[in-house]
Design a protein around this ligand. Structure first.
Ligand code: FES
Length: 214
């Protein structure tokens, strides 16, 4: 029985059809499944393996290499604090240590209520807003400990729900992959109209920086 929803299964098949090699769709399908569930469940990885023609272990092996993909459950908000050089010099460790203490968890852990997972990252490409923090891949910064507390409270209360969607959703804009599917390439059918579910970039801005996916 498919783990992906009917809609996502159709999107997955359309994405696979975009590539000469089915395996090339592996990472886009991981993002699709993560957008559905918030993380990559074993059932999702099995279905992705079936779709791209590899083993579930190969899906896990690939997904576990990338920081943006999670093969274990995470909180509703994945908070990622950059501690690379620009952020470190601007006080990133102060923010990270404060975040850990305020949330009552260590880096890599999730709060008991499932609200927050705390991560540490190397350069998030938001150096101009150091110290930079991402929440579900939306950028915030520069942040100090007080700013972190305000951000956490806004997230917990849902005040940022329109800015920060559930973890795994990279883009709320459902758009065409933009590449012809197999049928179109062979001249026998219509253009594949799948969605890359998270392949976009654009306008949804974190309130602090104005930068972020979507
Ligand atoms: S060093 Fe932190 S975002 Fe680049």
């Amino acid at each position: 029985m498919p783990h992906l929803s009917c809609d996502n299964r159709a999107k997955a098949e359309a994405i696979v059809a975009c590539y000469p090699q089915r395996r090339s769709a592996l990472i886009p399908l991981c993002h699709l499944a993560q957008a559905q569930d918030g993380w990559l469940t074993p059932a999702a990885m099995e279905e992705i393996a079936e779709l791209v023609g590899c083993t579930p272990a190969e899906v896990r092996g690939t997904a576990s290499f990338y920081d943006m993909l999670h093969t274990e459950p995470v909180g509703r908000h994945v908070v990622t604090v950059c501690t690379n050089i620009a952020c470190m010099l601007a006080g990133a460790y102060e923010v990270l240590d404060h975040a850990a203490a305020a949330l009552g968890i260590s880096v890599g852990e999730t709060t008991a209520d499932g609200e927050f997972t705390l991560e540490e990252a190397e350069c998030l490409a938001g150096c101009d807003n150091a110290p930079c923090v991402q929440v579900n891949h939306r950028f915030f910064g520069p942040l100090d400990p007080d700013g972190f507390d305000a951000l956490a409270e806004d997230l917990r209360s849902g005040r940022l729900a329109d800015k920060v969607p559930a973890h795994g959703i990279l883009s709320r804009v459902d758009r065409s992959v933009g590449l012809p599917g197999k049928a179109a390439r062979s001249g026998t059918g219509a253009r594949a109209a799948g969605s890359a579910a998270g392949q976009g970039s654009g306008s949804a801005a974190g309130p602090e920086t104005g930068a972020g996916p979507e």
